[in-house]
Design a protein around this ligand. Structure first.
Ligand code: GDP
Ligand code: IMO
Ligand code: MG
Length: 443
């Protein structure tokens, strides 16, 4: 237990009854750390989108926890964690992750980890389809996590081939759904890949019935649970996954994920309207990273990019892929902040920039000779965009032990002020290391 930061947190009057934590870039902004820190002030933590494509790392008391499908709230024994209908669930991955967290952190009773009966289920054929479609795009591949996320969401939108958690826990109904779906999947695989082994209804039924049996005590109507909690004014924290620029509708399409990963997704993913959320916190890295394909205006291919990757340990939690690194893109991030409707900003991994002589913030794009500050909506314009930078002198000091804004080097403060000014939202949290304790709370 980190007394000093929790003490500060209690003084920090910004935590209200419902709070949301949303990534404003392309994911991996360190949302997990903020959710873990704030979970102490909340009774319920909610994951409302994505699936085991997410990877949230949390560090405290000398231990590191890696969460993918489970909300970071599971680490706190006083919190009920909720996985809503907007999430897609791979039951095998869920149980594996749960077993590892239980081993590290102790038991998680079913009443403390709820799964929506509306959440859609990922099956092995979703992964198989994704491999075929991703490979077909060759160098234009989206660079997905290959977890069957997009293909499961596609079946959800298509409806005829979808199976939800509520179906999975009803054995006869589940079997009848598989009998309807699997022959179609086999026809499709045969035509796309004649070498492929046909799927067996019996094998899938047997494997997934086992998961259903174990998961059944967790499966409830989470919308009803949350709406009651809202009525009772219980403190709810919404844990974003991915980031605003990966949003299916508002992100850098088609290089996005398959759900509304900006603030827009909270309502449709959870059933709880944003009007009940008093505070929306936008999480940003002090620089920019991206995993997978797609345009990245401020990407650095030089030794500074490699240095950021090394110091920030920028390798994916889920796939281990090296993350692409670049300067802070304020054009993209401001757009992410506006789309998500955030009230304030948490600037994370500021310590990673220590030791650089000069820092750059991209404050506009040059698109075919015209300067723009609005984020381009079409991928071809974004691919043409050149960054227009503001230069800020760096600092040499190690800042990982600093806990108060006024103790930061002058240039680090100037950097935060510049972020605040260009994004147009107040910075209320600054993170200077991965541990819970390494956090500066401002007000
Ligand atoms: P998320 O997906 O948004 O939760 O972010 P990830 O967990 O994928 O990536 C963030 C990484 O940065 C994790 O490894 C964290 O432990 C680490 N981290 C969080 N805050 C800081 C910080 O202020 N400084 C440094 N150096 N690392 C941090
Ligand atoms: P967290 O919650 C970073 C990226 C993938 C790929 C694109 C589509 O840890 O911030 P998908 O498998 O979702 O169809 O892949 O989205 N992506 C993420 N990038 N952080 C994430 O989650 C991501 N989840 C998906 O790399 O480019
Ligand atoms: Mg991550």
């Amino acid at each position: 237990m980190v007394i000093s930061q929790y003490f500060l947190l209690n003084q920090w009057d910004s935590v209200v009854s419902a709070t949301s934590v949303i990534g404003l870039q392309w994911g991996d902004e360190a949302k997990g750390k903020i959710v873990d820190l704030l979970s102490e002030q909340h009774e319920i933590v909610v994951r409302y989108l994505g699936g085991n494509n997410a990877g949230h790392t949390v560090k405290f008391d000398g231990k590191t926890y890696k969460l993918s499908l489970l909300p970071a709230g599971v680490l706190n024994p006083n919190v009920t964690s909720v996985i809503t209908g907007g999430v897609v669930i791979n039951p095998k991955a869920f149980l594996k992750e749960m077993a590892s967290i239980v081993e590290q952190n102790g038991p998680i009773e079913a009443s403390r980890l709820l799964i929506s009966d509306r959440a859609h289920v990922i099956f092995p054929y979703h992964m198989q389809e994704e491999v075929i479609f991703e490979n077909s795009r060759k160098e234009k591949a989206i660079g997905t996590t290959m977890r069957g996320i997009g293909t499961c969401y596609r079946d959800k939108a298509g409806r005829t081939h979808a199976i939800r958690m509520g179906d999975l826990v009803r054995p006869d109904f589940f079997r009848s759904r598989l009998e309807e779906i699997v022959p179609y999947k086999n026809k499709m695989f045969q035509s796309l890949d004649p070498e492929s082994e046909p799927l067996s209804v019996d094998a899938i039924y047997e494997e997934y019935s086992g998961y259903a049996e174990t998961l059944k005590p967790h499966v409830v109507d989470t919308s009803a649970y949350l709406l009651k909690a809202v009525d009772e004014k219980r403190k709810i924290l919404f844990e974003g996954a991915q980031g605003s620029l990966l949003d299916i509708d508002h992100g850098t399409f088609p290089y996005v994920t398959s759900s509304n990963s900006s603030g827009c997704g909270i309502h449709n993913g959870s059933g709880v309207s944003e009007r009940y959320i008093d505070k929306m916190i936008g999480v940003v890295k002090a620089y920019t990273t991206r995993v997978g394909g797609g345009p990245f205006v401020t990407e650095l291919h030089d030794e500074i990019g490699q240095r950021i990757r090394d110091v920030g340990n920028e390798y994916g939690t889920v796939t281990g892929r090296p993350r692409r690194c670049g300067w802070f893109d304020a054009v993209a991030t401001r757009y992410g902040a506006n789309i998500s409707g955030v009230d304030c900003i948490a600037v994370m991994l500021l310590d990673v920039l220590s030791g650089l002589d000069e820092l750059k913030i991209c404050e506009a794009y040059d698109v075919n000779g015209t300067q723009v500050t609005d984020f381009p909506s079409h991928i071809l314009d974004l691919e043409q965009a050149k960054p227009v930078y503001r230069s800020i002198p760096g600092w040499k000091e190690d800042i990982t032990g600093i806990r108060r804004m006024e103790d930061l080097p002058e240039n680090a403060i100037a950097y935060i002020k510049a972020v605040e000014e260009i994004i147009g939202k107040p910075v209320e949290i600054v993170s200077v290391g991965p541990d819970r304790e390494q956090t500066i709370l401002l007000k």
